[in-house]
Design a protein around this ligand. Structure first.
Ligand code: DQA
Length: 143
């Protein structure tokens, strides 16, 4: 069972900078991810929060909740949250970091991820498909 976390402002998908993030709403993205998980015979639970502390608590509890891997799009927390980085490091499950946009083709500050060193891998710029490939990886590489 894989935990898929979306961080701050991802609840605005669909209306937020559609030229960067596309026109799918978070709800539509989540339905799509559930369909991909079903194809992979993998169970997923999807959660979104605008609050750093909530995301940290979900990460801390993931193993005890029975998850086997974590897909996380930390939103802008990617670029500065050492607290989220520490939470990812402190837990045993494999993590894949996903970004809908190509963070390397945008503002300079987006090129640095402080959370990525706690992940097995990072997918950026492939739109919603990034979540699919992250799930595919974790469904084969989970504990
Ligand atoms: C994002 C990229 C981040 O830089 C940004 O702050 C987001 C979304 C992405 O999915 O492309 O909120 O993580």
């Amino acid at each position: 069972m894989i935990l898929v976390l979306n961080g701050p402002n991802l609840n605005l998908l669909g209306t937020r900078e559609p030229e960067v993030y596309g026109r799918l709403t978070l709800e539509q993205l989540e339905e799509q991810v559930e369909a991909w998980a079903a194809e992979l015979n993998t169970a997923v639970i999807l959660r979104q929060s605008n609050y750093e502390g909530q995301l940290i608590e979900w990460v801390q509890q993931a193993r005890a909740e029975g998850f086997t891997g974590i897909v996380i799009n930390p939103g802008a927390l990617t670029h500065y949250s050492y607290a989220l980085y520490d939470a990812l490091l402190a837990q045993p499950l494999p993590v894949v970091e996903v970004h809908i946009s190509n963070v390397h083709a945008r503002e300079e500050f987006r090129r640095r991820s402080v959370t990525a060193p706690a992940a097995k891998g990072v997918i950026a710029g492939l739109g919603p498909l990034g979540y699919k490939y992250a799930l595919a990886f974790l469904s084969e590489n989970s504990r």
